[in-house]
Write a protein that binds this ligand. Sequence first.
Ligand code: MLC
Ligand code: AMP
Length: 505
Amino acid sequence: MNLFAAFQARFPTDRAAPFIIERARTHTYGDLERETAGIANLLIALKVKTGDRVMVQVEKTPQAVFLYLACLRAGAVFLPLNTAYRADELEYFLGDAEPAVVVCDPGAAALMDLCRGAGIANVLTLDAKGAGSLTTQAAAQSGEFDTVAVRTADLGAILYSSGTTGRPKGVMLSHGALAANAATLHRLWKFDAKDVLLHCLPIFHVHGLFVALHTTLWNGTGMIFHAKYAVDDVVADLPRATVFMGVPTYYVRLIQHAAFSPELTRTIRLFLCGSAPLLEETFATFTAKCGKQIVERYGMTEAGMITSAHLDKPRRAGTVGWPLPDVTLRIAGENNAAVAKGDTGEIQIKSPALFSGYWRKPEKTAEDFTADGYFKTGDLAQIEPDGMVAIVGRAKDMLISGGYNVYPKEIETVIDGLPGVVESAVVGMPHPDFGEAGLAVLTLQPGASLDLAVVRAALKDALANYKIPKLILFAGTLPRNAMGKVQKNVLRTEYRAQWDNFLAG
Ligand code: MLC
Ligand code: AMP
């Protein structure tokens, strides 16, 4: 069962039907088949075998979508990376994943150097306009390709996810797991032949790559394709779409737009939101301004989508709906035992969409599962009387900024490595646009001095820009509990006034 073949069986009979709709040009389902065949033939010519990794750090273009689908066709494992990742981060991914092929922007000099150092011969380029050696070399290949037969358990993709300790982990996702989630979401969200999705999410994470793209492909319909989220462009194209998906920040910006109104959203039958908590205020203002309700869903790289509100039942702010029909969900407390109804505990699940483990880290995989086979999400929730799940917090030290997960540990490690620093702590603080944003507090050795610009420059050098704390402060000491552990909740309270002043500008 190859996921591509499962999609292809559902393509429209008329292959001239639109798949990717851009302002300047439309790519049809026939184009999809031809373009993916060319790239798949190229991968095979490069001796890529089933299970080999194709690591990709490129801007969002239709050609990048074709590259993903071509990897599926050729039995290769697609490994997308956030375009914001810096050389230090990329070096780790290269060493850990050992890709057979790397595709990057022609201007990505640092990554190309790293590939040379790692002895990776197959480096192809793809720029923000969809041009590069990948496109030219694929164009020289045949436009026909027999999709490689794979097993349900064979990997289709690896997506890296950072953690509260240690280095990022490669989340292994099989063809079967991805197909299961696509089919479930397609049915639950009632996609039909009239649907047109407005796609403006990045395609290196679960939300844009799987939730948005897979439901479209499973439906065999078209999507209006934006290279990134720009609210004016969204406003211009909403009246041509029927489905919109976004992280909460997309909605925060949309409801502030002067043109946001019932008329603007008239054609949209489904507004989906996820990847981070949606504020009750955003949920309510959205409905007040356009008369429609956002459908919240909750998911995770390791598990695909886990819960969703129902289309034909009222939704409630602060809840993420019910477990998907094929997901078994429990709220667990001490010793992984289910808590009493209504109590808070960790969300633990079984699902056909679950990952196959962390790449080359079986011990980390084992840590994330209970003895009776439930996956431990690290999210804290309660079940409401009608069965809806309300996420109330996280057991993991993580913040979500504009839909991107940020792990304080990564930032603290960079700061702690600077001369004169004793220690640091990073916490997520409320942010009107990003939901949460980072605050870093650091302490210095007696007599030491350090310029904040140096701290900021070191962070920018080492880490993707969205991970950089918005505010960095010096402190005499950090609050600790009796065990000597830094109390991050106390830190949040202590620095709240300074943070609010900072936001006020
Ligand atoms: C950009 N910046 C951010 C940021 N994005 N800061 C904090 N958090 C973010 N998310 C910073 C940049 O570093 C830069 O700072 C400045 O903001 C402007 O950058 P930009 O690139 O012009 O910003 P913008 O285009 O406005 O991007 C914001 C955004 C984008 C919200 C549109 O972050 C986005 O598309 N987020 C979606 C993330 C996503 O797809 N998540 C799904 C994960 S899957 P400076 O200082 O450098 O100028 C998942 C599972 C599930 O979680 O359930 O779905
Ligand atoms: P990622 O590891 O990037 O896939 O992010 C997954 C995490 O995002 C989950 O573990 C949750 O903490 C968070 N998340 C996803 N969807 C939602 C949602 N609808 N509401 C609150 N948090 C969410």
